[in-house]
Design a protein around this ligand. Structure first.
Ligand SMILES: [Mn+2]
Length: 254
């Protein structure tokens, strides 16, 4: 009898511990067209990285209703802002440069609203690639519409190598979230032709490449972290990349 009591107690506690550990991560979506149908989807690599880190992924579709966006944010513990096409420069008050690529006004408006509302609730956010750019814009920063505009010796940031292999190194600031995951320097992949120009207020740069391009940022007060590369694509080839997601989920629990 006493054994059953202990067994029940143990089951109850372990169930609660597991329930505590599962961080619900809202992952943003990309738009695409399948024949005549407009679709939304997210990358399987993001889902797998969150699952491997012990989180529970849910997809957050793009929509244009403020009440729904607020409810999406309220219903999750954290946000993962994924990669994708360029941000429309009108969101940082610039005219379109010749090199500006494809953009989606609706996706930009949605993600900016999502990020700004999540910030008011102090929900943790991890931004990846386009994610770092849209986070910077959501807080008043600007982008180089093409990395070539950042200087004379800018290297190639749109690699021809496979996604799961790196192309350039980054130098990482001490005591930053990224040093915790990757150490002082690391080789990363690169699939961006735009990058941060003017950094939004209350953010700091935590990693750069040798040509000075911003490769990671974090907020000074809020739980917001972002990288310009694609760690989710390298989790299987470079185990340290999974640390970025593991550490993110751990910080979400604090
Ligand atoms: Mn790069």
């Amino acid at each position: 009898m006493f054994f059953f009591f202990l067994q029940n107690l143990f089951d109850k506690i372990s169930h609660e511990v597991i329930a505590l550990k599962r961080v619900l991560v809202g992952i943003t979506c990309s738009e695409y067209k399948d024949g005549e149908r407009y679709m939304q989807a997210t990358g399987e690599d993001y889902i797998n990285a969150v699952v491997s880190a012990g989180g529970t992924p849910v997809m957050l579709p793009i929509c244009q209703n403020t009440e729904i966006i607020k409810q999406q944010v309220e219903s999750v513990d954290a946000l993962l802002i994924i990669g994708g096409i360029d941000v429309n420069p009108l969101f940082y008050q610039q005219d379109c440069h010749f090199e500006q690529g494809e953009s989606s006004y609706c996706r930009d408006k949605y993600e900016i609203e999502l990020i700004q509302y999540a910030a008011t609730l102090k929900k943790p956010i991890l931004g990846i690639c386009r994610g770092i750019q849209v986070i910077n814009v959501a807080f008043g920063g600007t982008l180089y519409q093409d990395v070539k505009l950042a200087g004379n010796n800018i290297m190639q940031h749109t690699q021809k190598e496979k996604r799961s292999y790196p192309i350039h190194s980054i130098q990482i600031q001490e005591k930053s979230f990224l040093e915790e995951s990757l150490g002082k320097t690391f080789y990363v992949n690169s699939f961006h032709h735009q990058s941060i120009d003017k950094l939004a207020e209350r953010f700091c740069v935590v990693a750069t490449s040798h040509d000075g391009i911003i490769e990671a940022i974090e907020h000074i007060d809020l739980p917001i972290w972002a990288v310009q590369f694609h760690p989710e694509a390298m989790c299987k080839t470079y185990i340290q990349m999974q640390n970025i997601f593991n550490d993110f989920i751990n910080r979400c629990q604090k």
